[in-house]
Design a protein around this ligand. Structure first.
Ligand code: NAD
Length: 490
């Protein structure tokens, strides 16, 4: 669907939703075989379109290596599909629940019922996996799906649209293309659930729009994720992981370490080791084939502005890695950059960076780190590097973040069995793991009355039986002389 006049967009979106709703009502609970076949179709298509996807993403970004797309997106999609397919019997299973004494002989259970039509809105930074993993989760939970990929990666969104149109009927999965105005209409639809991945700013608008129909939401947002380096741990292993997390996808990763908190005694060692690691990872500097460009001119200009603002306010800016001057020879390429001596008055410490720039703040005691993290918005991820278990536990207990990585960055996202999501301004709800399946299912509590039940006899006119049942649940009454004389039959 192309960007067209607003009333027409709204009308065609509503008719797409109606089409899916009618199909859902005629077949509301697909069995496990059908769900697995849908997942298998998706898996096959992603592999068949692998080359097209890699080429489209690289063209959309300006440059992104096919290895990076393979590792950071395609492997994750296949792994998630296989995980869901394997876990479906357990996820779909009815869950027996406890039945109280008064209702014994009855049965209570939870049925995880497909919610119906799930809306998925995705950003541009991992334009395939952030559409495909929510899609796979929604299908595994037995739903129908309307997807809205990002307009900033048009070639990739086009491949996604063609690929899904080939393998799914529109009443199963439909793709809606367009910019913010289409996104705004999309977020107003009366879905049975809406999963939005994107910025906190747009997340707020989506939440407002969804409130018109009380559509339940999963919001996967962004923020500033700190990386804390314990005293004495600015070593090669730490740096490999920080550089990987910071510079993959040119820093355009929601869970990238946004800024580093480093012990003041380690600052120079940290800077040195960071520079060496960047040089080792990208021997041709910012024009290395493995180094990803910035997605748009606007984002590129914003990053340059963040660095300039920090410089003007007194920070030291260091181009890390080799041949930084080559950045100008490739489209929208920003060299890896360290910013030392930052303060909270600088824009770079106020907004999510989303680029290959790492500000470094120093600390003297771990308590300062905890207070600093707690004085800011709760982040999507927090990373801790160190071997002092009591210090690590203190940081984990005293701070709240969506997820945590210890002695690694980003890798928690690849653990399919862990929930993935933020808290507060970094998001609401989670997917991946059983949490994703459940977010897109309705947990319907069912109670089946047994043949014999004390509860069944509890109706007016109340008498001895009611007093007996109440005594069994509340204990003997102390100030009702009549009730307290009741003799229990055993
Ligand atoms: P964005 O919020 O600009 O766009 C996300 C989606 O919303 C796009 O499909 C876009 O078309 C649509 N949209 C834009 N304006 C809209 C409006 N007014 N109403 C409704 N929809 C609208 O985000 P982005 O720039 O594409 O992505 C970057 C952000 O996403 C970063 O903040 C990053 O941290 C976050 N992110 C979060 C996760 C996560 O899993 N938590 C993953 C990736 C990215």
């Amino acid at each position: 669907m192309n960007a067209i006049a607003e009333p027409t967009v709204a009308r065609s979106l509503v008719s797409l939703l109606d089409l899916q709703r009618t199909a859902f009502l005629s077949q509301p609970v697909p069995d496990i075989g059908r769900r697995r076949r849908q997942l298998a179709r998706l898996r096959g298509a992603v592999l068949a379109y692998r080359h097209e996807i890699e080429t489209a993403i690289s063209a959309d970004f300006g440059n992104r290596s096919r290895h990076e797309t393979g590792i950071m997106e395609l492997a994750g999609i296949i792994q998630a599909i296989d995980y869901l397919s394997r876990k479906l019997p357990r996820f779909m299973k009815r869950e027996r629940r406890h039945v109280g004494f008064v209702y014994r002989s009855g049965q209570a259970y939870v049925e995880y019922q497909p919610k119906g039509i799930i809306g998925v809105m995705a950003p541009w930074n991992y334009p395939v996996s952030l559409n495909m993993i929510p899609l796979a989760t929604a299908l595994a939970a037995g739903n129908r799906v309307m997807l809205k990929p990002s307009e900033l990666t048009p070639r990739t969104s086009d491949v996604i649209s063609r690929m899904l149109t080939e393998i799914f009927a529109p009443e199963e999965v439909a793709v809606v293309l367009g910019g913010p105005e289409v996104g705004a209409e999309f977020s107003r639809l009366p879905f049975d659930h809406l999963l939005f991945t994107g910025s906190t700013q747009v997340g707020k608008k989506v939440m407002k729009a969804a409130s018109d129909h009380l559509v339940p939401l999963t919001l996967e947002l962004g923020g500033k994720s700190p990386v804390i380096v314990s005293r004495g741990h600015a070593n090669e292993q730490t740096m490999n992981s920080i550089v990987f997390g910071k510079l993959s996808n040119g820093g355009q990763t929601c869970v990238a370490p946004d800024y580093a908190l480093v012990h003041e005694d380690d600052r120079d060692r940290f800077v040195q080791a960071y520079m060496e690691t960047v040089a080792r990872f990208y021997p041709d500097g910012p024009t290395s084939d493995d180094y990803t460009s910035i997605v748009s001119d606007g984002h590129h200009a914003r990053l340059l502005d963040l660095v300039e603002d920090a410089r003007q306010k007194g920070a030291t800016v260091i181009k890390a890695g080799l041949h930084p001057e080559r950045a100008t020879t490739r489209v929208r390429t920003m060299p890896p950059t360290l910013v030392i001596g930052v303060s909270d008055g600088m824009k770079i410490m106020q907004e999510e960076i989303f680029g290959p720039i790492l500000p470094v703040r120093t600390y003297r005691a771990i308590g300062q780190v905890i207070d600093y993290v707690n004085s800011r918005d709760r982040p999507l991820a927090l990373y801790y590097f160190g071997s002092d278990i009591s210090e690590r536990d203190l940081v984990l207990q005293r701070t709240t973040s969506g997820n945590v990585g210890v002695n690694n960055t980003i890798m928690h996202v690849a653990q399919d069995d862990l929930p993935f999501g933020g808290i507060g301004p970094s998001g609401m709800g989670a997917y991946h793991g059983i949490e994703g399946f459940r977010a897109m299912s309705h947990a319907k509590g069912v109670f089946i009355q047994g043949r014999w039940s004390l509860g069944r006899l509890l109706h007016a006119p109340f008498g001895k039986l009611a007093a007996f049942a109440l005594t069994m649940t509340l204990g003997r009454p102390r100030n009702h002389p009549k009730d307290s004389q009741i003799k229990l039959g055993f």
